[in-house]
Design a binder for this molecule. Structure first.
Ligand code: SF4
Length: 669
């Protein structure tokens, strides 16, 4: 273990926990004590952080430009000229909205900021990154009900929680250092862990209560908990559970929420959700006895578009019990990729400027214009999946930074046609990929452990990343490439005239109210959470809503005939539940050696033998793998690691079909 104050260290680029590390022996990483890994430990993936972009790997080392059918090595100047001519030509011929810009949740805040600034100074809001698709329900509920799409408290405060409710997540495997540094000690010291998840996993082992609803029924479980807490409170001679003082002072919409939730038939709800009534009663007792409840939510609660929003139901439960805006309480979004939070904070999304300010907000645009010297456009752009579908039609040119859409979206022929239909595809990456095969210009850039900049972890902590390994001599930083492109595109302006990464961060703090008061130079070894004066807890005094009050949403589940007991297996579809270990490296999703877990009855109903090769599909998205049958998974549900399930998560679906393949795939039994 190394002390971070005496040894150069960087942020682990493999997940959103934000552990600090430094090079160790034999290309392995060594943990360095940091705010997210206070014991200086790394998980087994983090130990391999230096594997990404290792010198022995097949790194991109020279700029490439397409000549006829082949990518040929060219000088940096020639590559820049090609891109600038191409982007300027498309802008002049088709207008700025014919350009698209895709950032990434594993790029730094500064890289995502520069990319969205490049898009907006050119005149388009067509900029996005796939972090916006992760935890979409949680972030939407937080934005609409309390303010910002971000974790409301700090990991360190979990030691003050009486109840920790983990929903749709497996942090014991997915965020192991956070789990072992903050959740496990809290439980050892007396906190009660409640795990809500259709599938038992490593997190369940530490839980006192496991609520295992049918997939897609999380919202109903949280509505049921709210309804029962309110009912018990009204019946009890010593009322507890419902925090009326908090509700009266800090929320709106409670009366109508109570009126609606009173219609919930709790017996019907228990049977529809498929949960154990006694367990629900015990969990309600825990919630009503607790002074502080923290809820940790993962992607497992994200349903299909149009499904009840489990996160909204969970926020309602936290509001009923007065568990927002206080230490040891709140909603934690268990983000996966290293800069999922920061990439959207930096404005790399089509409808928000840096700091989550709507592009439609005149005052926000003026604030940005006063720094940039040019006002961003006011019409929201398109999402990444909409942009991809428009490649070759409305969109003629695209700049892709650190992303590989060719392996991660829909089926390969469709992707190929879309990428090839562009007049200009520019890719910044460290490896050749399926996307670079279709590129017109490729820039070789540096890997995560070679970068300078900042990352924002899952509890809003911004930490500096420092180069801890030399990149290939011929590679350049994304910062350098984006600045050079900006300077060449706006040669008579100083929009991109930065001499250091820190200047970009400081500009971000000027345009984003969330980051106001921070500065690159003042980010010490522990980093800093945004907003600067929050002391780790958001909404201590008021919520970030127009009237400062949090709003109750509606109960999420209604007992209409079509919402009776839902068995996703009825029409042949299966509910996809995902999870996985921290920081898996990018995988080719088209064929995976990681198995799909399935109930034996579901497998035999489909003529699938244990170990057989199968195709998992939803619409145009398919993944090939093999089956592991187990009765530890509920019928009607299948489990796939999040990394392999990524294409399904990206097209916002959680219902899949599973069929045997006609030919066994490599590696099947
Ligand atoms: Fe920490 Fe995540 Fe890296 Fe593991 S992968 S060392 S949990 S940041």
């Amino acid at each position: 273990m190394t002390d971070y104050q005496s040894s150069p260290s960087t942020v682990c680029p493999l997940c959103a926990v934000g552990c600090r590390l430094t090079p160790g022996e034999e290309h392995r990483a060594r943990g360095v004590v940091g705010p997210a890994n206070p014991n200086g430990r790394l998980c087994r993936k983090g130990v391999e952080a230096y594997r990404v972009g290792d010198a022995d790997d097949d790194r991109l080392t020279e700029p490439l430009v397409r000549r006829a059918d082949d990518l040929e090595a060219v000088s940096w100047n020639a590559a820049y000229e090609c891109v600038v001519d191409g982007l300027a030509g498309i802008q002049a011929t088709h207008g700025p909205d014919a350009l698209a810009f895709l950032g990434a949740p594993h790029c730094t805040n500064e890289e995502n900021y520069l990319l969205q600034k490049l898009a907006r100074t050119l005149g388009t809001n067509k900029v996005d990154n796939r972090a916006r698709l992760c935890h979409v329900s949680s972030t939407r509920a937080l934005s609409e009900q309390v303010g910002w799409p971000a974790t409301t408290s700090s990991l360190t405060e979990l030691e003050e929680s009486d109840v920790i409710l983990v929903a749709g997540a497996n942090p014991a495997e997915r965020q192991p250092i956070a789990f072992n540094s903050f959740v496990r000690p809290a439980v050892i010291n007396g906190a009660t862990l409640v795990h809500v998840d259709p599938v038992g996993n490593r997190t369940t082992r530490l839980a006192e209560y496991h609520v295992a609803p049918r997939p897609g029924m999380d919202a109903l479980v949280f509505d049921l908990l709210s309804a029962t807490v309110i009912a018990e409170h009204n019946r009890d001679r010593e009322p507890k559970g419902v925090d009326h003082e908090f509700i009266d002072d800090r929320t709106r919409g409670y009366d109508s929420f109570v009126a609606s939730i009173a219609e919930l038939d709790r017996t019907h709800a228990v049977s529809t959700a498929g949960v154990d009534e006694a367990t629900i009663e015990q969990v309600v007792d825990c919630l009503t006895d607790a002074d502080r409840v923290a809820a940790l939510v993962g992607t497992g609660t994200e349903g299909d578009r149009g499904d009840p929003n489990a996160a909204e139901a969970l926020v309602n439960l936290l509001l009923v019990t007065g568990n927002l805006g206080r230490r040891g309480a709140g909603l934690y979004v268990l983000r996966g990729l290293v800069n999922e939070q920061g990439s959207t904070d930096a404005g790399c999304v089509p409808d928000r400027l840096p700091g989550h300010q709507p592009v439609t907000d005149t005052e926000a645009r003026s604030r940005v214009a006063s720094e940039w010297g040019v006002e961003p456009p006011s019409d929201p752009g398109k999402t990444a999946s909409e942009l991809l579908a428009a490649f070759g039609d409305d969109v003629r040119g695209a700049v892709v930074v650190g992303e590989n859409p060719a392996i991660s979206k829909r089926e390969s022929d469709w992707i190929r046609r879309r990428l090839n239909a562009l007049d200009l595809l520019v890719v910044l990456d460290i490896y050749p990929s399926k996307t670079t095969r279709h590129a017109d210009v490729v820039f070789p850039v540096v890997a995560g452990v070679e970068k300078e900049g900042t990352f924002t972890n899952l509890d809003r902590r911004i930490q500096r990343s420092r180069p801890t390994r030399a990149p290939p001599e011929t590679a350049r930083s994304d910062f350098a490439v984006l600045c050079e492109l900006g300077n060449r595109l706006f040669e008579d302006r100083d929009y991109f005239d930065y001499s250091a990464v820190g200047e970009v961060f400081d500009e971000l703090t000027d345009v984003a109210p969330t980051h106001s008061g921070l500065s690159y130079a003042a980010l010490g070894p522990e980093g800093c959470q945004w907003p600067v004066d929050s002391d780790g807890v958001l909404y201590g005094e008021s919520f970030d809503t127009p009237d400062g009050l949090a709003s109750f949403g509606n109960p999420q589940y209604k007992f209409e005939p079509e919402n009776g007991v839902v068995d996703p297996a009825v029409d042949g579809g299966l509910r996809l539940v995902t999870g996985g270990r921290a920081g898996e490296f990018e995988v080719d999703h088209s064929v995976s050696t990681q198995r799909l877990r399935m109930h034996p009855t579901d497998a035999s109903d489909r003529g699938i033998e244990p170990g057989a090769a199968i195709v998992v599909s939803s619409g145009q998205t398919t993944v090939e793998t093999t089956v592991e049958t187990t009765d530890r998974i509920r019928q009607g549900t299948v489990y796939l690691s999040a990394e392999v399930a990524d294409p399904f998560l990206r097209c916002e679906t959680s219902t899949v079909a599973v069929k045997p393949t006609s030919e066994p795939t490599e590696g099947s039994n």
